[in-house]
Each structure stands twice: as structure tokens, then as C-alpha cells.
Write a protein that binds this ligand. Structure first.
Ligand SMILES: Cc1ncc(COP(=O)(O)O)c(C=O)c1O
Length: 485
């Protein structure tokens, strides 16, 4: 490298470290645009490209590429969250993203040094707080240490994995089951393993991101049918089924954004008529649906082979972390011995997580009243939310209740205002949900009291009613501040 070139490179590096050209540091503090991902990416990318071009010798472009500062995803993060952070600071609010919980995340949690009524956590049955579940995690650590320190097939097998797998297989009435370290990876790796280039994944339009990743991993064709609509599924299968070797219909038991229950018997009927396999994700339905919380199989009183692949997570109602798959022995052996990321080529699940999940199942068996109470609370919240005049979409007496706001901004602002008033509830905005379908999503816990739910709804009514005025004022103040600086 010549002296000139290295000086140019040093200048380019220095320029980057002073932060002038990515568009992130100079982003206007405008909270109203915090959730507007795609437009922001376009702006950010344009800024980065033009700066690289002005460096003249291309060195800047090279640096940007190696540091990933010009990566569209990196720019998007900076544009959306950097800008949001500045904005909430300016108006003196707490940024709810990545805000630490300072204790157990139950019906009440501690955040920013305050007790907050918690509608943001999917620990529906409060098992993560239960002394028996905590003790089981500690006992597993005492017996097996903090890590199995190996992949299961070679040197990482522990008796508690098999114990949990036997329990899960019994619950699903399947030949066997497999536990894994991550729910997300369970979907991605299982779909990635089961389907290939000549196959078709027919997914509910609201299917979880982990399944979408699996279809990309599989390099199969993915099409979506209208949410929870067996007729739309049939239309697609009638048109496309013949063009593919295998076809798998992939659905969820309880949809995590809308809180509606899958129309499983009708979907099974259509899928089988068109020679399709069926995979169901029970992340949110296990522990919440069915008389004893055993999910959609129990709810619809189905045999274990009504569905080919039962998938679930340990991280929601069960109060632990990890995933599982249940099905016939040959299929599960495929997952266990060949598929990457489930059991092969990845470390065995943490003993503490499996110990906790086993104890969680035991508490669920001994105290079915938790499920009954969760159902009571969910029904209560639904009824009261409707009495307050909220639009709760298609949620069906389940513990996931969206309060629809339509546009992103009111959802974000209302979540911030709720946190200020000691209620934690998530704003769900585009692109996580379709544009124009933003919402505040309430997760109900079996330990919520009617008083807490009433207070939350009354506060939300007040917040949403006052929001148009408040939001307008805040945006004007932020704009004036920006003009002065
Ligand atoms: C429907 C659904 N499937 C899968 C997952 C991934 O599970 P985990 O968070 O346990 O990795 C989630 C997580 O939120 C989910 O909501």
C-alpha cells in the first residue's frame, strides 16, 4: 500500500469513528417515525452510499463493507432504535426496549426501580416463579453442573432429557419426542430438515418467523393461506399440490399476535384430502388450551397421529427455555440423528432448563386450577376490554389479547404512557404485524387479579383518549427542539 493510500484509508476510518456519515448519529429525533422500518432503511442506505462515493478512491466503501455499518439491517436498527432512543430521552420517558426486569417476571415485575403490573410476559402459569420449579433447576445444576458440555449423541446424554421426552410423548400420545435447546431453532431446523427444493410449505399467513426461517433453510416453495381459513388453504392446495413432491401445512395452536385458536379439525381435513403432512407449533397453546393445559390435542380431543409433527417451546407456559418435537419414532430419529441444530451439531440443553421444565409439568399436573384461573382471567379481561370499547380483533377468550390501535404511533406512545403509569404492555407494530394493524398486546397471567386488570384497562382508556392531544404536543416539542439544535 502506498503512503497516500494508507493516509486516505486512515482518514476514511477516522471519519467513520466520528460518526458523521451513517445517518444514524444525525437522525432527527422523531418518534412518530420510530416504527417506520422500510422508509428509514431506504434513507439510511442512500446516505451511506453517497458518502462512500464521495471518498473518491473507494477506500471508504471497503471500510463500510467490512464493518457492516452500511448493512441494510444495521442501518435499520440505527434508524429505528437510535432515533427512538433519542426521542424518548428528549421527552423524559423510559425506553421500554431491552429495559431490564429486576426480579422474576410474573403478574407483577420490577422495572426501572418500580413495581409494574406486567402484561408483557408469556409466563402464563407463573411457573418460573414457583419455588418447586426454581428448586428443580438448582437440583439439576447440583447433579449435572451448569452444562452437559457436549453434543448429546457423543457425550452429552443425561437421564433428565429422556425423562422429559417420555412425559411429552405421553402428553401428545406419540411414540416418542425430542427436547432441544431453543424453540426458534426447533422450527427452523425441523422444517429445514423435512422439506427440500421440490417440496411445498403451506403456512398460515401469520406463522412465526422461525418457521419462515425453516422454509428458507429448506429452500422449498413457501405459500401462505389466509389466516386460519381452511377454504383459502384448499384453494391453494387445489392449484399447487400437484406440482410438488411433499407438501406440509404449518400452523400454530394459538396465534401469538392475535390470540385466536387454530381451526384444527377443519384444517386437518383439508390437508389430508390433499395428501399433506401437518406440523403444528404449540408455543402459546401448550399450558393455555385444553382442560388440563395440554394444548390443542386435548382441546379438540384428537389422537396423537392427527398431526405429524407436534412442536412446542419450554419458554412460555412451562417457565423454562428450549423446544420440543413429538411424533413417530422414525421421524424423531431423523431429527435426532441427522437434522442439524436440534440435537446434532449443537450442545445438549442446559440441565437447569430441563429440570425446570420437568418440575413445571409436575406442577401443571398437580395444580390444574392454574389453567382454570388463567381461563377465568382471560375471559374477564376480554369482557371488560369490550365494555371499555376496545377493539380486541379476533382474540377468543385466550390469554393473548390485542387492543388494536391501527397505526403504529398510538401503540408505541400508549405503551410508553402505560409504563409511566406502572403497567408494562408491548406495542406490536409493522413489520411484526401487517401495516395498519398495530396493537398493544396483553398477555394474561393466572396470577393477575381482577383489580389489576380493571386498573390496566381504565388507565389504557384514559391514555388512548388523551393521546391525540398529548402526541401532537410531544411531536411539536420534539420538532422545536430539533430546529433549535
Ligand atoms: C409461535 C412461536 N413459535 C416459536 C417461538 C420460538 O420459541 P422460543 O422463544 O422458545 O425460542 C416463539 C417465540 O416467541 C413463538 O411465539
Amino acid at each position: 500500500m502506498t503512503g497516500n493510500n494508507s493516509r486516505d484509508l486512515a482518514r476514511a476510518l477516522l471519519a467513520r469513528h466520528t460518526g458523521g456519515e451513517t445517518g444514524v448519529a444525525t437522525a432527527p429525533a422523531n418518534g412518530a417515525h420510530a416504527a417506520n422500518g422500510s422508509a428509514d432503511v431506504a434513507n439510511g442506505a442512500a446516505t451511506a452510499t453517497s458518502t462512500a462515493a464521495t471518498n473518491g478512491n473507494g477506500a471508504g466503501r471497503g471500510v463500510a463493507h467490512t464493518t457492516f455499518r452500511d448493512h441494510p439491517g444495521v442501518l435499520q436498527a440505527g434508524q429505528r432504535f437510535g432515533r427512538f432512543d433519542t426521542w424518548v430521552q428528549q421527552i423524559g420517558l423510559v425506553n421500554p426496549y431491552y429495559l431490564p426486569h429486576e426480579g422474576v417476571s410474573g403478574a407483577v415485575t420490577r422495572m426501572a426501580d418500580r413495581d409494574v403490573v406486567n402484561f408483557s410476559s408469556f409466563g402464563y402459569l407463573d411457573l418460573a416463579a414457583d419455588p418447586r420449579v426454581r428448586q428443580a433447576a438448582k437440583d439439576a445444576i447440583d447433579q449435572y453442573g451448569t452444562s452437559a458440555a457436549a453434543v448429546r449423541i457423543v457425550a452429552g446424554e443425561l437421564p433428565i432429557y429422556r425423562e422429559l421426552e417420555a412425559e411429552i410423548a405421553r402428553i401428545y400420545d406419540t411414540e416418542t419426542a425430542l427436547v432441544t435447546a431453543s424453540g426458534y431453532l426447533t422450527n427452523a431446523a425441523a422444517v429445514g430438515f423435512l422439506l427440500g427444493k421440490r417440496d411445498l410449505a403451506v403456512c398460515d399467513a401469520l406463522i412465526h418467523h422461525s418457521v419462515v426461517s425453516g422454509t428458507e433453510w429448506a429452500r422449498c416453495k413457501r405459500v401462505s393461506f389466509r389466516h386460519n381459513d381452511p377454504e383459502s388453504l384448499e384453494t391453494i392446495l387445489k392449484m399447487s399440490r400437484r406440482s410438488f413432491d411433499r407438501a406440509m401445512v404449518i400452523i400454530e395452536g394459538l396465534y401469538s399476535m392475535d390470540g385466536d385458536v387454530v381451526r384444527l379439525p377443519e384444517i386437518i381435513e383439508v390437508a389430508r384430502r390433499y395428501d399433506c403432512s401437518i406440523m403444528i407449533d404449540e408455543a402459546h397453546s401448550f399450558g393455555t388450551l385444553g382442560a388440563t393445559g395440554h394444548g390443542v390435542r386435548e382441546l379438540f380431543d384428537l389422537p396423537g397421529d392427527a398431526v405429524d409433527v407436534w412442536m412446542g417451546t419450554l419458554s412460555k407456559a412451562l417457565g423454562s427455555v428450549g423446544g420440543y418435537l413429538a411424533g413417530n419414532r422414525e421421524l424423531v430419529d431423523g431429527f435426532k440423528y441427522v437434522a442439524g441444530g436440534l440435537s446434532m451439531y449443537t450442545a445438549a440443553p442446559a440441565p437447569s432448563a430441563i429440570g425446570a421444565a420437568l418440575a413445571g409439568l409436575e406442577v401443571l399436573r398437580d395444580e390444574p386450577e392454574r389453567v382454570t384461573q388463567l381461563r377465568h382471567n382471560s375471559e374477564y379481561f376480554h369482557r371488560r376490554a369490550k365494555e371499555y370499547g376496545f377493539d380486541i380483533g379476533t382474540s377468543e377468550d385466550s390469554p393473548i389479547i390485542p387492543v388494536m390501535t391501527g397505526a403504529d404511533e398510538p401503540a408505541v406512545l400508549a405503551a410508553l404512557a402505560m409504563l409511566q403509569r406502572d403497567f408494562s404492555v408491548n406495542a406490536i407494530t409493522h413489520p411484526v404485524v401487517p401495516a395498519g394493524e398495530a396493537r398493544l398486546r396483553f398477555f394474561i397471567n393466572c396470577r393477575h387479579t381482577e383489580q389489576q386488570m380493571d386498573q390496566a384497562l381504565a388507565t389504557l382508556r384514559e391514555v388512548l383518549d388523551g393521546l391525540a392531544d398529548t402526541a401532537g404536543k410531544q411531536l411539536i416539542l420534539a420538532h422545536e427542539e430539533e430546529q433549535r439544535s
